[in-house]
Design a protein around this ligand. Structure first.
Ligand SMILES: Nc1nc2c(c(=O)[nH]1)N[C@H]1C(S)=C(S)[C@@H](COP(=O)(O)OP(=O)(O)OC[C@H]3O[C@@H](n4cnc5c(=O)[nH]c(N)nc54)[C@H](O)[C@@H]3O)O[C@H]1N2
Ligand SMILES: Nc1nc2c(c(=O)[nH]1)N[C@H]1C(S)=C(S)[C@@H](COP(=O)(O)OP(=O)(O)OC[C@H]3O[C@@H](n4cnc5c(=O)[nH]c(N)nc54)[C@H](O)[C@@H]3O)O[C@H]1N2
Ligand code: SF4
Ligand SMILES: [Mo]
Length: 901
């Protein structure tokens, strides 16, 4: 260890697990990332995205200066312009003609200030957040049942449960450290069982004892059946239900018809599997139900949440060690945003906009004449209002709506029609940036300072690792500058601790226990104490000790409804709103991959994270693929009335018939046409306003490519003239998949343009097989390969992992080896990179099983090191093991395109 390096304790900026990170910074500025062994979320573990954080600390692609209409500007010019345009718009059209669209990736301090600005100073509630797409149904469901938005349990409960039910959660990829905690607990305790409820088999299915691949959107039917079953098998916790709840009879009435047969018909599951699940749930006191976007992102999202909560309330299994419903949050500060009241229908600190007393508390505390009195527009409606001109000035902060909102092409049109759009981001080029009149450079993770709250209500510090780059400022400071320029009082904070202190004080202000969110113990926190603040769970009331015990809610009632009782809610079953038809016969499901984060603005710059899956794809069942004449690794056009994308086909029986899955990550920055939200219908849940992002009707057809290509290049191509392309970052530059419906007029011109080399500077090694149509080019510049292009009439069969590794280290003389496209005799082709920590490919893992008899992930790890780093790939190792042992099962992995010749 270098004695003069310093260690900064901070929090991972990705998922809501909220892992503690230790950054070791050497005097030269090099940063090493490790898990914080003392942080109670992860006790030292990090997943692959957390481990690769250092690779994202690059200036590549960063927005470093304010930009007005495409030209660099000073902060003063930018702040004055934004303030003037917002002021003029409000003068002419009233406060509801402006809006903020913000993000669960803002820190609590940023979020608090944005909310105070809009709901306090401007007295309008037109501020909504991307949490509307993420957690709104859980918020609405919690409020309906508990009277407040509270996650009752803590992470330990996942380890202590005897039964863990996962509903619409791909925990293995989306909350990998929580998944590891579950996996390790299961390995210790032979009697622990896991049920996975998801229309498709995922990496999470690999540890499930029971997989229920239900019909998309049919969860309410499943849980109505469960409630009825619990009642019929005498599982009502009479004392709890009588003393602490209301509405059980109503909820049971809605469930009374839901026999096994009826549930089986609605969900497409067989009765034996259903009975197995119901019996396990009924028999197991210590049951935790973890749910996520397969539940929330639905036109019946709030009902799905309450259908789950009903079963826990009915059995009194809530807030107990090892028992409770557990909504896991997506974004690093999804929870913090809910606490500060970032949604258009909330106030601050869990106070309600429509509650006059709450409004008065907040108004008095902030010292304004008024605060917003009616709820603002929810995300989908907000952009509708941008499109039809009701909203004339919009400020987007920390989110990329052109890629992430449903009917995304319509969002483009709305932004193009808007008089004034401001975008605060850390990156210069995003799909949303071209619509900005003003771009404001925010400080990213590693530069900014503040707090975030994770899924178990634990508040942790994010700390700066060093000075900010360029002119970047913290989001809160940008907001405060504009507010002050508009004449606002109450935005004179010097440091983020000043904001946190005010926020903590508000949480305790006139709060005699009727509001659950209370961190008034921090109301007078000093700058030094804020600096060294350790992770703590709320509530932390004035005078209490913070670190006493895990804090759970509701084991003995104490709900935040007027009568203190929880509500069981009748949840009649409604299928997804978007109906399939002859014109659009498939249901499109969308979601996440292991190594990318959302619209890839940050994970997309990390070579390590771009290896695992390097292009967008659509998963489809083999029979559907056959009936559509889709080729493995061919291309498919997926479309409907809203838009169209072109994706690589991944044919797999993990997918059920009639339904397809595509990842959400690829934008116009990384692919020709892969923004899947262009196809997603903007149907929303009537209570939460959350859009149904997991069930849109689409049609699919083969995209008739006549040529396919694969390229490596050191320079990012300026333009790619091919109907299909996808770019992924590598250590040396870029790897590119390509295809076209017509061949270029001149292949050499095409190749040179792609690689970015003029004729004079390069040498060329080239092959052409006129019979098969295959062509290969390797360009040499300054004694090393500068570019490579393979084209063929079929999907290019070449070992990508081999070519990338070889290209990086090759000398000019090795061009021939590169042209061969596969390892020389005696050298193994690594196949798709599964373990990115140790660079182990699928083929090496298969060999350890076939040749050396590895029988479990531990043995594979001993032989190949795969899975012994961060552990994020262990589910895939399990799958490869299973494929090898299932007689006749064809090995299939994500993606398909990794086969060598
Ligand atoms: N690697 C990675 N991790 C992330 C993120 C990321 O971008 N990348 N994003 C973070 C964020 S913001 C979020 S919100 C979380 C999301 O975390 P998850 O909710 O776990 O992730 P998703 O992949 O969106 O969806 C989960 C699953 O819901 C299933 N599903 C679809 N329809 C239904 C249905 O009708 N019923 C049921 N039961 N299941 C259904 C999908 O098949 C999918 O496997 O992940 C967080 N973690
Ligand atoms: N079809 C479909 N659509 C979905 C989903 C789905 O499952 N299916 N999931 C939905 C969900 S759950 C979510 S959470 C959203 C996510 O969707 P988005 O919020 O649009 O995705 P991100 O890529 O995280 O966008 C964050 C933006 O903020 C920038 N940024 C990063 N850090 C900072 C910062 O500190 N300050 C500022 N000002 N900017 C910063 C990033 O560069 C990036 O441009 O997508 C939603 N959309
Ligand atoms: S599980 Fe991974 S992405 Fe989530 S907080 Fe932990 S290290 Fe970050
Ligand atoms: Mo999310």
């Amino acid at each position: 260890m270098n004695v003069s390096s310093r260690v900064v304790q901070t929090t991972c900026p990705y998922c809501g697990t909220g892992c503690g990170v230790e950054a070791r910074i050497s005097p030269s500025g090099a940063v090493e990332i490790a898990g914080d062994p003392l942080h109670p979320a992860n006790y030292g573990r990090l997943c692959v995205k957390g481990s690769a954080l250092a690779e994202t600390l690059t200036l590549e692609g960063r927005l470093l200066h304010p930009i007005i209409k495409g030209a660099r500007a000073s902060w003063r010019e930018a702040v004055d312009l934004v303030a003037r345009r917002f002021r003029e718009t409000i003068e002419q059209h009233g406060p509801d003609s402006v809006a903020f669209y913000v993000s669960g990736q803002m820190l609590t301090e940023d979020y608090y200030v944005a909310n105070k600005f809009m709901k306090g100073f401007l007295a309008s509630a037109n501020i909504d957040t991307n949490s509307r797409l993420c957690m709104a149904s859980s918020v609405a469901g919690h409020k309906r049942a508990f009277g407040a938005d509270i996650v009752p349990n803590v992470y330990e409960d996942i380890e202590e449960a005897d039964l863990v039910v996962l509903v619409g959660s791909n925990l293995a990829w989306c909350h990998p450290v929580l998944f590891q905690r579950l996996e390790q607990a299961k390995a210790r305790r032979a009697d622990m069982r896991v049920v996975n409820i998801d229309p498709r088999r995922t990496a999470t299915s690999e540890i499930a004892d029971l997989q229920l691949s239900l019909k998309p959107g049919s969860d309410v039917a499943l849980f109505l059946g469960l409630l009825r079953f619990l009642e019929r098998t005498g599982r009502r916790h009479a004392a709890y239900v009588d003393r602490h709840t209301k509405g059980a009879d109503n909820a049971l009435l809605a469930a009374q018809d839901w026999s096994l047969t009826k549930v089986a018909a609605a969900t497409g599951l067989d009765e034996t599997a259903l009975a197995e699940f119901y019996e396990a749930f009924a028999a197991t006191e210590r049951t935790v139900t973890i749910y996520s976007q397969g539940v929330n992102q639905s036109s019946a999202g709030t009902d799905k949440v309450n259908a789950i909560l009903n079963c826990h309330l009915f059995t009194g299994r809530i807030g107990l060690p090892g028992a409770g419903p557990f909504s896991v949050t997506g974004q690093p500060n999804a929870m913090g945003g809910r606490e500060v009241g970032g949604l258009a229908n909330q106030l601050a600190c869990h106070m309600e906009l429509e509650n006059a007393r709450h409004r008065e508390i907040v108004r008095g505390f902030w010292g304004y004449e008024r605060v917003a009195a009616k709820p603002g527009l929810k995300a989908v409606d907000l952009f509708e209002a941008v499109g039809d001109g009701r909203i004339k000035a919009l400020w987007i902060i920390g989110t990329n709506p052109v890629a992430s909102l449903p009917e995304a092409d319509k969002i483009k049109r709305a932004l193009a029609a808007c008089d004034f759009v401001v975008v605060s981001d850390v990156m210069a080029e995003t799909d949303t940036a071209p619509f900005a009149h003003v771009q404001l450079p925010a400080q990213p993770w590693g530069e900014k300072d503040g707090v975030v709250t994770n899924s178990e209500r634990r508040i942790s510090r994010q700390r700066a690792l060093g000075p900010a780059a360029g002119d970047a400022m913290p989001d809160w400071q940008i907001l405060c500058s504009v507010a002050r320029a508009m004449g606002a009082k109450g935005f004179d904070y010097a440091v983020s601790a000043d904001i946190f202190r005010e926020y903590a004080a508000l949480s305790g202000h006139l709060n005699h226990g009727e509001r659950s969110f209370d961190i008034s113990a921090c109301a007078e926190i000093s700058a030094a104490a804020y600096e060294s603040l350790r992770p703590f769970q709320w509530p932390w009331r004035r005078g209490e000790t913070a670190f006493a015990r895990p804090k759970r809610f509701f084991a003995n009632g104490g709900f935040f409804t007027p009568d203190g009782r929880a509500r069981l809610v009748a949840t009649p079953y409604r299928p997804p709103q978007s109906r399939t038809s002859a014109a659009a016969p498939f249901v499109l499901n969308t979601g996440r991959l292991r190594d990318q984060w959302h619209t890839m603005t940050r994970t997309g710059v990390a070579p390590r994270l771009s290896q695992h899956v390097a292009e967008p794809f659509v998963e489809i069942h083999p029979e559907d693929a056959a009936s559509l004449k889709l080729q493995p690794a061919g291309l498919a056009r997926v479309s409907n009335a809203h838009g169209a994308v072109i994706l690589r086909t991944l044919i797999t029986d993990r997918q059920q018939r009639g339904s397809v899955f595509a990842p959400i990550h690829w934008t116009d920055q990384h692919a020709a046409a892969a923004r899947v939200d262009a196809l997603v219908a903007a149907n929303v849940d009537p209570l939460s306003g959350q859009p149904e992002l997991k069930a849109s009707a689409v049609r699919i057809e083969a995209w008739p490519a006549v040529w396919f290509g694969f390229a490596l290049t050191r320079k990012k191509p300026k333009e790619i003239s091919a109907g299909y392309w996808a770019l992924a970052r590598t250590r040396f530059g870029w790897r590119i998949e390509l295809a076209g419906k017509t061949p270029p007029r001149d292949w050499d011109v095409f190749a040179r343009a792609l690689i970015g080399c003029g004729e004079a500077e390069v040498e060329l090694a080239q092959t052409h097989d006129p019979r098969s149509g295959a062509r290969r080019w390797v360009f040499i510049q300054d004694g090393r390969p500068s570019g490579l292009l393979f084209v063929a009439r079929e999907p290019v069969a070449a070992s990508r992992a081999f070519l990338c590794a070889e290209f990086e280290k090759a000398e000019a003389g090795d061009a021939r080896a590169l042209l061969a496209g596969r390892p020389r005799e005696g050298l193994a082709d690594p196949g798709q990179t599964i373990c990115v920590c140790h660079g182990v490919g699928a083929k090496a893992i298969e060999a350890s099983i076939a040749l050396h008899g590895a029988a479990d992930p531990e043995a594979v790890g001993r032989l190949t090191k795969a899975g012994t780093g961060c552990g994020s790939c262990r589910s895939e190792i399990r799958r490869i093991l299973k494929d090898r042992t299932d007689q006749g099962a064809a090995p299939e992995r994500t993606p398909v395109l990794e086969h060598a010749e």
